[in-house]
Design a protein around this ligand. Sequence first.
Ligand SMILES: Cc1ncc(COP(=O)(O)O)c(C=O)c1O
Length: 411
Amino acid sequence: MKTYNYKKSRELFERAVEVIPNGIYVHYSPAPLIPIDAYPFYVESADGSRFIDVDGNEFIDYMCGYGPMVAGYHNKNIDKAAIEQLKKVDTATGAPAVMVDLAEELENTITIADWAFFAKNGNDVTTYSLMVAREHTQRKKIIRLKGGYHGVHPWTQSPDHPGVLFEDAENIIIGIFNDLDNLRDIIKKNKGEIAGLISTPYHHPVFFDSEMPDPGYWQEVEKICREEGIVIIVDEVRTGFRINVNGANETFGFKPDLICYSKAMANGYPISALVGTNEIKSSASKVFYTGSFWFSAMPMAASLATIRELKKTKGVEKMKEFGEKLAEGLSKLAENHGHELVVSGHPAMPYVRLADDPTMKLHQNWCAECTKRGAYFTSHHNWFVSTAHTEDDLKKTLEIAEDAFNALKKL
Ligand SMILES: Cc1ncc(COP(=O)(O)O)c(C=O)c1O
């Protein structure tokens, strides 16, 4: 099988470092892509489940833009809704009517939602959720969980990161997912001071296996938080509309007060949302929070179409089924080659690693060999599947993975 070269990507990157700090920053930067010579840096076009880089190489996309693409690049219904809205208005002097339609759709779709607030990025709404919880409880402290990612605002970062002050996270307490004793201990030591607990519905850190909630975990968290008057915030920026369109909390059997969405809610159009219950609505209305582009109508129309499309096509079930087949196929191949593949997390967002590999080197090389042949796999982050991934994609992916296992023997 032929492997790709990335001449134009490298040339663009050399130009980029002259005019952009780091050339490409954070999750798309070369740094997390190991070995870096196996990955493209710049994308030219995309369609369905695939994208083409600037060198003309085609990839079956298992990162889906790190989550936003959920129903296929250039999904006809979603793009049509977005373009029709664009022709009418996008950003202008006033809120667009489609904003009300979208809020109603979310209220009808997400079980706990009585209202919705819109912004642009996931971090806009995770930060807003903290402000709402603080206003609601008149308390300062927030519990977030070790390894959980909620964005890049200083409160989410470690104080030893450049540009971050100790004071930025002074009222953030780090807890542990699935550890109820730890939660009880934190609450005991900070009695009456904790405004909210922010957590993803299941634990999906980078570089580690994903962890599902233990039986009874969320039910007990809910009970404790209710007793202590702590606002429960679920960060569904990554899981949203991939696990359960009604909210991942429905899958895990509990009721949060606030849920943060972004990534997949508009199939790649830029929008985020905080949804919440009536009990907390007046606190949300008191917090001063907005942005120049937060009333942009095109992503709202795209989001409305995305949610309807996912419901109509039973998208969540489809992604689960595809993810299960992918995990099964890759695990069998690994076994045939004498390796053990561990797949954790939800099938629509699997975290995959070769287990007989304590240094991660074998796994990194295998992901790289797959990518060089057209199945874009990262080695440190969960992958994503979409409703556009087909049986043909699966077949091709397994052929690529087989060839990559063979190539590993020659390294
Ligand atoms: C769980 C989670 N929360 C929040 C964020 C931040 O979202 P954004 O990058 O859109 O600000 C991310 C982004 O990856 C995420 O995965």
